[in-house]
Design a protein around this ligand. Structure first.
Ligand SMILES: Cc1cc2nc3c(=O)[nH]c(=O)nc-3n(C[C@H](O)[C@H](O)[C@H](O)COP(=O)(O)OP(=O)(O)OC[C@H]3O[C@@H](n4cnc5c(N)ncnc54)[C@H](O)[C@@H]3O)c2cc1C
Length: 370
């Protein structure tokens, strides 16, 4: 019997793949979309992140990447509202903002303020009195703080909500591993999986840190590697902190809602090493406790390792393949894939549906001859 041919086959069950599926189905409900991948593998990225929506804390120059991330932050409240209205699965989102305490930012204070002013980023400098009022549990050593208008999401709830939305929208989700592709000249015909072939008219590769391996079976070289991050979650009462805190080699991401605070994270170039090391976790808690002393004795809920999908130039790889006419990429979102989820969904779905005509050259797969 001839197998069904899907309009679009997406490889990758993280926030990136499900995000693209969501936007495709919301735009063209009649499209048949199949999504391949085990969502449990996203335990190493989409479910391993801290959920900071932090273009201002993360970026240092006002380039195209910064603008893309900023647009994504601006889209977040409406995106989450739309997502939850479809999925029925709530997502914790706070747009209360982030703080950079003077204690951690003394060396970068002027440079950060200059950047925020130049880019017209919503920010305030809080005096000692304001710090005491707005951050009553922060270290008394913190004399001033810069507040920036960023966001915080519980990324596990975001992923749950996206997975539920895919089911509601009729995306066919198969927890299958792709081991190859049937190709014909410059076309991809089907994805070969451990449970059979899946035929498609168009394919989207959203395999996160495993994209390089998918490239091998496509006959292309995707210059990406995983960057390991260890982190942990502590049981802390919600009222201890309303804002995300950027520190030195550490950050504190309040998930609130009784879910505690996430403390992150190491950056390690150690391939797919899944080890969680006591000394690394202790170091994170120690550094975070300097800023928020109540963390020192907070009970540990869990500690884990994640993998950030990083391209050689640290830019995402998004857009149409130059090798296969019906292949598209959305991968390499590195440290900011949760932040980029709404904008990449609009952008990549727009390219696939040919409503976005001009691709962003900095993100183009063609820079790597993909
Ligand atoms: C420690 C840590 C902290 C982070 N903190 C933040 C943060 O605060 N804010 C932020 O914006 N970002 C953060 N990130 C980055 C963010 O988590 C990632 O950029 C994002 O989750 C990438 O999503 P993804 O869907 O591409 O990858 P993944 O979630 O890894 O999904 C990839 C999917 O591809 C599938 N797949 C791969 N190969 C195959 C195959 N052969 N066959 C079938 N399926 C396949 C897997 O099953 C998986 O479902 C953090 C990351 C880490 C590790």
């Amino acid at each position: 019997m001839e197998q069904k041919e899907f309009d679009i086959v997406i490889v990758g069950a993280g926030v990136i793949g499900h995000g693209v599926a969501f936007r495709l189905k919301r735009t063209r409900p009649k499209l048949s979309v199949c999504l391949l991948g085990d969502p449990m593998n996203s335990l190493m990225a989409s479910r391993a992140a801290a959920g900071m929506l932090a273009p201002y804390g993360e970026c240092e120059k006002g380039d195209r990447f910064f603008r893309f991330c900023r647009e994504s932050l601006e889209k977040y409240p409406r995106f989450v509202e739309e997502l939850v209205s479809v999925s029925g699965v709530p997502v914790y989102l706070s747009m209360a903002g982030s703080v950079m305490p003077s204690l951690a930012y003394a060396d970068r204070w002027d440079e950060r303020l200059k950047f925020f002013r130049e880019e017209k980023i919503p920010h305030e400098v809080w005096t000692g009195a304001q710090v005491r009022r707005k951050l009553p549990h922060i270290s008394p050593e913190c004399k001033e703080a810069i507040w920036v208008g960023e966001g915080q999401v519980n990324n596990r709830q975001l992923h749950d909500s996206l997975v539920a939305a895919s089911a509601k929208l009729g995306v066919e989700v198969r927890a299958s591993a792709v081991t190859g592709f049937v190709r014909d000249g410059s076309s991809v015909r089907s994805a070969v999986t451990d449970s059979g072939e899946v035929r498609g008219r168009k394919f989207v590769l959203a395999g996160g840190s495993w994209s390089t391996q998918l490239g091998v079976v496509l006959g292309v070289t995707i210059p990406m590697k995983p960057i390991k991050g260890q982190m942990c979650r502590l049981r802390v009462e919600d009222d201890r902190l309303e804002y995300t805190v950027h520190g030195i080699l550490t950050y504190i991401a309040p998930w609130r809602g009784g879910n505690g605070f996430v403390i992150g994270s190491t950056m390690e170039d150690r391939a797919f090493d899944p080890a969680v090391e006591d000394h690394a976790i202790r170091g994170l808690i120690e550094r975070a406790s300097v800023l928020l002393p109540c963390l020192r004795d907070a009970p540990l809920i869990e500690a884990w390792t994640g993998l950030r999908p990083a391209a050689e130039d640290l830019m995402p790889i998004m857009g149409k393949s130059g090798v296969y006419w019906n292949l598209y990429y959305s991968t390499g979102h590195h440290r900011n894939g949760i932040l980029q989820t709404p904008n990449q969904a609009d952008y990549v779905a727009g390219i696939v549906l040919e409503t976005v005509k001009r691709e962003i050259p900095e993100f183009s797969p063609s820079r790597y001859r993909l």
